[in-house]
Design a protein around this ligand. Structure first.
Ligand code: HEM
Length: 433
């Protein structure tokens, strides 16, 4: 009887909560009276477009685009999501105050919650990378080459098979990334490099839970992920502990030396040092906080790079006609170089390789990508359509990358030299005027 009563109360409370949320949302939409993009009609309530969206994404998006134009909305996993094409995508990428990539990522992958940190925790990270990594790339060029050679020597040669390719690239790239993030000395530590290589790919499948609870409310799916993460023993925790154990003596030694040497201290060049200097108070620092920043750095850099290098290998194997010219360009550089390592200027001279890399990025993009969340109370696109605060907006990247007007007549083909001698910056759209 007690159990039944409790169940009834829970059902009642739950029902009231849903009604309250719906009421508030409906009132908001009514109050704002926005001119929203067309919502593509769907057959089944609750399910909406979820099936079509996941079954054959490319053709479904193409069909919606043909019927509803540049901007439209779909109802997927309980959320209305807006999709934009080539005319409006720049308005999302250029308006940082109105749209946020990080906020949208948080919705699907609440990383700060996993780390038990406030939402603003990751906010300093993009600036840190911009100033101390992209802004000072020359300081890292030589060490990255030195560490790459070491890991290539370890992994390639004597009949070793590069299989599976993604795992192989994770190991190749983990050493130079570790050298950049925590310094060259630590990048020789095999256990640490192993954690750098694997923490992301060991962790993501652990949390690959279908978001069916989003049909009720997105909050529920997020909470399930957080509970699974916190209360089950997962590989992430093991990697984090190892990373913390390895960086602790290095941080402590550096802080001691900083204190002893005062103004004469010669600051090591790596991201670990930058965070230590930023966060320490009277030469003591919360090592858990520094560890979590290192984890964020690994998540941003290792899987993205190794995944992309795997695409490069795939394209090279599938398009062998370009191999000779790409190799010749590298051989020329090799013959003309008198030093052991190449400068950033010399690396930039490999224009054919640069074009090949951009073409690989072009053809391997996800069909819909770069999801952003609307931050302002509403946003009005230049064609008059409006989206409310909180709306997730996706870019139809697949269509943009294969658009004949933008990419030329042979947009469907892989042309490694498509970008040769062309002004084609690979920075974010907001950096390109
Ligand atoms: C091939 C490798 C990589 C790919 C394909 C990639 C892709 C991306 C994409 C698509 C974004 C979102 C951009 C936007 O907001 O419009 C992004 C953001 C970011 N990436 Fe990467 N990334 C790669 C490597 C790296 C590396 C090595 C780092 C270094 C730690 C890094 C750090 C960041 C940071 C800090 C942001 C946030 C930028 C901001 O909000 O201003 N990424 N990346």
């Amino acid at each position: 009887m007690g159990v039944m009563l409790n169940d009834t109360y829970v059902q009642l409370a739950f029902g009231s909560l849903i009604m309250l949320v719906s009421y508030v949302l409906l009132r908001r939409v009514k109050y704002l009276k926005l001119k929203e993009p067309p919502l593509v009609p769907y057959k089944y309530p609750i399910i909406g477009h979820t099936n079509d969206f996941y079954k054959d994404n490319k053709n479904f998006i193409k069909k919606c685009h043909a019927e509803y134009g540049e901007i439209f909305s779909l109802f997927v996993f309980g959320k209305v999501i807006t999709f934009v094409g080539k005319e409006l995508s720049c308005e999302i990428l250029k308006n940082h105050k109105d749209f946020s990539f990080i906020e949208a990522s948080r919705e699907n992958f609440p990383f700060e919650n996993f780390l038990n940190r406030p939402n603003e925790f990751t906010d300093t990270f993009p600036k840190m990378v911009q100033i101390n990594l992209s802004g000072q790339i020359k300081l890292y060029t030589e060490r990255v080459q030195r560490q790459l050679i070491k890991s290539i020597d370890e992994m390639i040669g004597n009949g070793k098979v590069l299989e599976p390719p993604l795992k192989f690239f994770q190991f190749i790239i983990a050493k130079p990334i570790a050298a950049t993030m925590v310094g060259e000395e630590l990048s020789d530590d095999k256990e640490l490099v192993n954690s750098f290589a694997n923490v992301t790919t060991d962790f993501i499948p652990f949390l690959s839970i279908s978001p069916v609870l989003n049909f009720i409310h997105p909050y529920l799916h997020q909470q399930v992920m957080i509970i699974v993460f916190k209360y089950l023993n997962n590989p992430f925790k093991m990697h984090r502990e190892l990373i913390k154990k390895k960086i602790t003596p290095v941080i402590e030694k550096r802080l001691r030396e900083m204190k002893e040497s005062g103004d004469n201290y010669v600051s090591p060049i790596d991201i670990l040092q930058r965070y230590t200097e930023l966060l320490h108070k009277d030469y003591t620092v919360d090592i858990d906080v520094v560890t979590d920043y290192m984890i964020i750095s690994i998540f941003a850099s290792v899987h993205t790079t190794s995944n992309f290098l795997t695409f490069c290998l795939h394209e090279l194997v599938n398009n062998p006609q370009f191999l000779k010219e790409i190799l010749e360009e590298q051989e020329q550089l090799y013959k003309s170089n008198e030093k052991s390592y190449y400068s950033t200027e010399q690396i930039a001279r490999m224009e054919k390789l640069d074009s090949f890399i951009k073409e690989t990025l072009r053809v391997n993009v996800n069909n819909v990508a770069l999801q952003h969340k609307t931050l302002s109370s509403y946003f009005t696109f230049s064609n008059g359509y409006q989206v409310p605060k909180g709306r997730l907006v996706n870019i139809c990247s697949g269509e943009i990358h294969s658009d004949k007007e933008l990419q030329g007549q042979y947009a469907d083909e892989f042309n490694a030299f498509r970008y040769l001698k062309k002004n084609s910056p690979a920075t974010r759209a907001d950096k390109v005027s």
